[in-house]
Design a protein around this ligand. Structure first.
Ligand SMILES: O=C(O)CC1=CCC(=O)O1
Length: 96
């Protein structure tokens, strides 16, 4: 199942820089592992914002919840999720 996930990061302004850097490093490693597994299909920066738009390919809602809630930045993000299905005009056969 495909999901669009929009994440907006809101780190506290008083968070020490080294703490923020450590969380971001863990976030990057986790995100890259999920991309390698094919579960995090797309990861795009929203230009001009500390936010991203992502496409996840997971078995079900429960797996998405599990993956997202384990993001190191999860406590500091506003997250919006939308389920996707194939557009009838899409030429991409791998879209489901
Ligand atoms: O910087 C972001 O948009 C938050 C984030 C998600 C995956 C990652 O590496 O950073």
């Amino acid at each position: 199942m495909l999901f669009k996930v929009e994440m907006k990061v809101n780190l506290p302004h008083d968070m020490p820089a080294e703490v923020a850097a450590e969380i971001k490093a863990r976030e990057k490693a986790y995100a890259q592992e999920l991309q390698t597994q094919g579960k995090w299909r797309h990861l795009w920066r929203v230009a001009g914002s500390y936010a991203n738009v992502s496409i996840f390919d997971v078995a079900d809602n429960a797996e998405l919840q599990d993956l997202i809630s384990n993001l190191p930045l999860f406590p500091y993000m506003d997250i919006q999720v939308a389920p996707l299905c194939r557009h009838p005009s899409s030429i991409h056969q791998d879209d489901r």
